[in-house]
Design a protein around this ligand. Sequence first.
Ligand SMILES: [Zn+2]
Ligand SMILES: [Zn+2]
Length: 383
Amino acid sequence: MDKRDYYEVLGIDKSAGEGEVKKAYRQKAMKFHPDRNPGDSEAESKFKEATEAYEVLKDPQKRQTYDQFGHAGLSQGGGFGGGGFGFEGFDMADALRSFMRDFGGGFGFEDMFGGGRHRPNNRGRDQQVRIKLSLEEIASGVKKKIRVKQLVKCSECNGYGSAPGSSKNTCPQCKGAGQVRRITRSLFGQMVNVTTCDMCRGAGQIIATPCPVCHGDGRISDRTTVSVDIPAGVSEGNYIPIEGRGEAGQQGGPPGDLIVVVEEKDHDDFTRQDSHIVCQVSVSFLVAALGGTIEIPVIGGTSTLDIPSGTQTGKVFKLRGKGIPYLRRSGRGDQMIQVQVWTPKRLNENEKKILQQLQNSDSFKPPKSSKSFFSKLRETLGV
Ligand SMILES: [Zn+2]
Ligand SMILES: [Zn+2]
């Protein structure tokens, strides 16, 4: 897919100053932030796109390169966070980190992704896993064990990549610096590029005898189990970062983070509206007319609800505090129960007779017009 112009992405002029870049990005990022658009993959890619544009335009050197050469000028080098400007590895975790670094806020990310932390070149990648939760689990909070297929530290060489007992040599290409300077000539003149040394991949040292198990990488592919504490009240699309549980770093590098993405299972009885839950129950028209007690579903079980006499179909009853706990404050949402008056489909002769006796009774004649129950439902739900 062709990349859009970064200025166009942020909706700013080519002459926009640093403050304008930041302001424009902040607006876009707030609009498309995954916390505000749970489960919306279009918002997710817009968030990433805006963050990428911001990363380039806020940096005078990158911006100059981009102004001169366009996207092509940025596509070389070691990827986001590395020595170069490339964005091949720019994923959601990177985008969130960029945003948190400059603007903070969100879901405990500030602590996890401290601003300006040095990220070595051989750091393992962040890894995303999705976790499906039932409404019951979301309501109570839950500790989950997730199986993750990932690159883990090789135990033979303890992650360093050297065969046990062997040592490392200083990289002959960069003399241990981990970076090399290259001068490239182009139509536009000379450019000096500092890039990560490709021989040692930035480590400054190379392995003399590679570990026989991981062949020098320091990592092997394996399945691991990670425990994650899901707080009560999460929603579809929420991210829970687990520091250091992503991919192991190459040759002793630090591990990436594991980003757990919440998915919500459909519930048989309830639909969720923020922290409220909504259900529909059928009542016989006898209960609706005479009043009575019915059984209703609640989270994690059943309860009873008193139906007053003269209840109309569509009437919504509210059980305060029986919904989902709020994520960032105490208390819970409500449970709404919408009553549907059920009409019998088959009647025997005797039943028909009894009802026919009531047919002309004034109490059984509906009024000419009544407020639609949808508007009543909206009123009750406050939507
Ligand atoms: Zn080197
Ligand atoms: Zn090894």
